[in-house]
Design a protein around this ligand. Structure first.
Ligand SMILES: [Mg+2]
Length: 231
């Protein structure tokens, strides 16, 4: 790492600081079970994904958007035949996911504590503003961060705006996250530094094919604790 240049370190939140994706997959499974009387599990899963992607430009990311897509999937999968009691169950699935207790990943607290002594740390995350703020407050990690940026998307233009806002040059920014598509590729394209920490479960939409990976332009580590040796 060209770490002498680094002025600000950005952390992704979901599946980088705390568990997130497994809750989505769990809710998806429960939705598919509710809809099994109308259509096989695999059909509902595929339909939900299509509806989520179609809704992204309208609702953005996060569990509220996901809940609306769950309901839309239920209506479509049942040909509008689903009853109110089942819709209520689906709304509750979404609420329960939002109110799920936040599970911090191993090594996160200790690593942030060390890094924050020498560097300015920020969170750069997608999702619902209220939801992410609540998770950060409950996480006990808030004090390690100088700034929290909840972004509507994580494309090159979004990171460009963030760098302008932070008043730093691209090579002075290091981004750390679990999504190649959202945390690594766009920042590498801007000339920032990046460290990829894969999580065991990745949302289909965030997957990147091997041929699109910028070889040698980012570092991959297995565990967040390894950051202390690199930075
Ligand atoms: Mg993430």
């Amino acid at each position: 790492m060209k770490n002498k240049n680094i002025k600000i370190i950005g952390f992704d939140a979901d599946d980088t600081l705390w568990v997130n994706e497994p809750y989505y997959r769990n809710t998806e499974k429960k939705l598919c079970q509710i809809l099994e009387k109308f259509t096989p599990l695999e059909n509902s899963k595929k339909l939900l994904y299509e509806i989520e992607i179609k809704n992204l430009p309208i609702y953005g990311y996060g569990t509220k958007a996901f809940t609306l897509s769950l309901i839309e999937t239920a209506l479509k999968a049942s040909n509008n035949q689903i009853n109110g009691i089942d819709i209520e169950k689906i709304v509750t699935l979404g609420k329960n996911q939002i109110l799920q207790e936040n599970e911090i990943l191993p090594g996160v607290k200790e690593t942030l504590e060390q890094l924050s002594k020498k560097h300015v740390l920020i969170v750069a995350t997608k999702g619902d503003l209220l939801d992410q703020e609540r998770k950060l407050l409950n996480s006990g990690l808030l004090d390690y961060f100088h700034h929290i940026e909840v972004m509507s998307d994580k494309k090159v233009s979004n990171y460009n705006r963030l760098l302008k806002h932070l008043d730093i040059k691209p090579d002075q920014f290091l981004m750390i996250g679990n999504s190649l598509k959202s945390d690594i590729l766009p920042v590498v394209e801007l000339g920032c530094q990046a460290i990829y920490i894969p999580f065991h479960t990745t949302w289909e939409y965030e997957k990147v094919s091997d041929k699109d990976l910028p070889v040698g332009k980012y570092v991959e580590i297995k565990n967040i604790s390894e950051l202390l040796k690199l930075i």
